[in-house]
Design a protein around this ligand. Sequence first.
Ligand code: IMP
Length: 429
Amino acid sequence: MNKNIAILGTQWGDEGKGKIVDCLTKDAAYVVRCQGGHNAGHTLVVNGEKIILHLIPSGLLHENVIGVIANGVVISPSALIEEIKMLEKHKIFIKNRLYISNSAPLILKYHIKMDIAREKKLGFHAIGTTGRGIGPAYEDKIARRALRVSDLKDEKRLSERLEKIVDYYNHQLVSFYKQKPVDYKKILKDLLPSIDLIQDMIQDTTHILHTAIKDNKKIVFEGAQGSFLDIDHGTYPYVTSSNTTIGGICSGTGVGPKHLHCIIGITKAYSTRVGNGPFPTELFNNIDEHFSKKGNEFGSTTGRKRRTGWLDAVSLCRAVKLNSVSSLCVTKLDVLDGLKEIKICTSYKDVSTSEKILTVNTINHWKNIKPIYETYPGWNKKTLGIKTFENLPCEAKNYLKRIESITKVPVDIISTGPERSDIIFLNNF
Ligand code: IMP
């Protein structure tokens, strides 16, 4: 039997999922985006060329693979078309092998305007969103007023519904946020060319995936963002608006958990976060500079500098539980090359009560939390591009073994550089 794989971020996103999805999709039949939208940024380096995908599943770079953007994703038609065109410039043609769920909600101009206006009004308390309209689009879904991909099939109905929704948004944009209104006729006019382009891709993707399962075709489910950006389990309210943990894969595709055979949790060898919100192991010193420079820690969607810190094993253990992680993948190990010592946060201390904290769910006041570290020696030898575990420096092996012993999950994949080939597999997926 083929094993289906779910790939999820265990931190705050940007763990390097895109490359792992790309590697593990080589022999798959389908690759599926399940939640989020074009707020995601998956960077791939293929033959020295950098390709950044936001909405299209990373595994689609393999030409025999079929891509699915499932019902849990919020879809901006203009972002989708832009990405298809960008890939065509790289001579990657996907139009005939990409399916889009008819029940996925749409992101339109008023969502983006609302996202930006709200962030501005929040000022110091802003979430630090990507400004892509993700939150407002998911709000429409929950409020049962969203326009969905299937609505693109009937222009008259689309126009009527759009007029009503735009009226609702303009009321808030103009009266409360003091912004200019949006014009539904203009939105419709801009939308029409993209409708023509994506018409043939619109499908019941749940049915497609169940047919694939029946035919014993291998499916890779591609998570976006990370566990602590999850709307339920993340560092609320500094989160995104979807379930980035394992449940989001099931509800976002209509495929039940018994069809997810391996759940791979991706963690960087250290931590990063973009946007605002709690980050207990955050660094503000020369190590931050080291991670930033060597790890090129700048957001692939917004270009913002990512905040950096040591690996936080307290939250990693929580992510393992939240997602039923069966294998870990440690990425960017090479970024630790050259550091004298390396730290792992194994507990927190609440400085107001001196209490030791071993799990994140009891924390009410993140500002009182201080990380408690274990310190390990670094290594002088380069790990960049190493392809076997045996060839890693002893200290790097010990670091990885310590991650296994803390989380009680095997580290089955190690990424040692940005190229597809900079990777060590310790399990035959
Ligand atoms: P939104 O998803 O644009 O609403 O942003 C909410 C929070 O999630 C912000 O802190 C963003 O920086 C963060 N976020 C959203 N998508 C990503 C991602 O793909 N990687 C890392 N952070 C993300």
